[in-house]
Design a protein around this ligand. Sequence first.
Ligand code: SAH
Ligand code: SF4
Length: 393
Amino acid sequence: MVTAPLPPLARTPDEWADVVRTWGGRPFHARQLFRWLHSRGVLAPDQMTDLPRELRTNLSGLELERAFSVVSAQRSADDTRKLLLRLRDGATVETVLIPGVTGGKSDLPSPVPPPLELDADAAAADDDEEDSLAPSNASVRVTQCVSTQVGCAMGCVFCASGVAGLKRHLGADEIVAQVVAGRSHLDAAERLSNVVFMGMGEPLHNYEATARALRLLMHPEGTALSARRITVSTSGLVPEIARLGTDFGGNVGLAVSLHAADDETRSRLMPINKKYPLPVLMGALRDYPLRRRRRITIEYTMVAGRNDDLAQASKLCKLLRGLAVKVNLIPMNPIGSGVLGPPPQERVLAFQRVLCDAGYSCFIRRRRGDDVSAACGQLALLGAKPKVRVDRT
Ligand code: SAH
Ligand code: SF4
């Protein structure tokens, strides 16, 4: 059987070595090339000054620069940046850069009295004391959110990607291309510190590409992110959660979109729950080989009148008992269909109170980049043309 050659940005240094050898090059040239692409974000062979001329000529034939183009870069008032990338086949995909927050600014009032908390940093790793970032002068840490599919097949009713439906999977090269593109949109004071697989698409429905992208992002000659600085978010694909745990030894951060604490409520919001109901999903979370001092992030998108009553909060406390988790409450971002929306702030705070009183770390996710449709669940709004009418002003 003839297999298609790997797209250039999907190749590891070892895989490049096989190609480079046929051009008369040496394995160390392959490592240099990988560094140009993944560590420096340089795709133009004529800028790869330490490579022999013949190799650069051969590389030109691959048309690396045609892997993607950035068709728009929007910056929101809070400095969140949304990049729209056009891929080789014309498909478009979004990625978001979210700078860390130094102050306690939030669009939700800080609840009093403490210890209720607001989580300013999306779902970035929470074990920063074990930091493994290389020393750098750039002081502002940036979390990048990447997409793994064009659209999504999971059909969650509150999500623009789900409403759009699945157009196609992204390749590993197209996932890491988002990080390569993001690098050139970082400010001088910024450095990439975390990558979250929380953009458009269900990463575990595209497991092979996601796993390869994880390996590429962790490769020491490339972006060199440690596994704990990467989080994969899933709507709950049970076999692939187990696979991820085995393949990466529990080192990759796991976020699970729960959104309800009983099967009836969850199935109404997320069709995937009919295939993998809560008892099965919770079993997979208990079995995830989590590293010491790590926690699974539980995402709970709050939808008014659907999953926001305090009885759900109490059920959630029960459901999560014994698991190492932190809970992120995400007031639903409007997606334009007009039917579903976020609960009032008081309800979100009351829900958080129930979880905090039961001893859970529970944060309310700030809405970042809302003015450029870069917030959770809005990523399909501009790029992928959802089937619903969008009434955004
Ligand atoms: N498919 C994966 C990852 C992408 S979605 C998953 O579902 O986990 C990333 C997060 O955004 C999920 O927790 C999802 O539930 C949430 N989300 C989707 N639509 C949203 C919306 N309209 N408002 C707020 N959060 C939303
Ligand atoms: Fe897909 Fe995640 Fe959106 Fe559900 S929430 S439709 S799984 S992207």
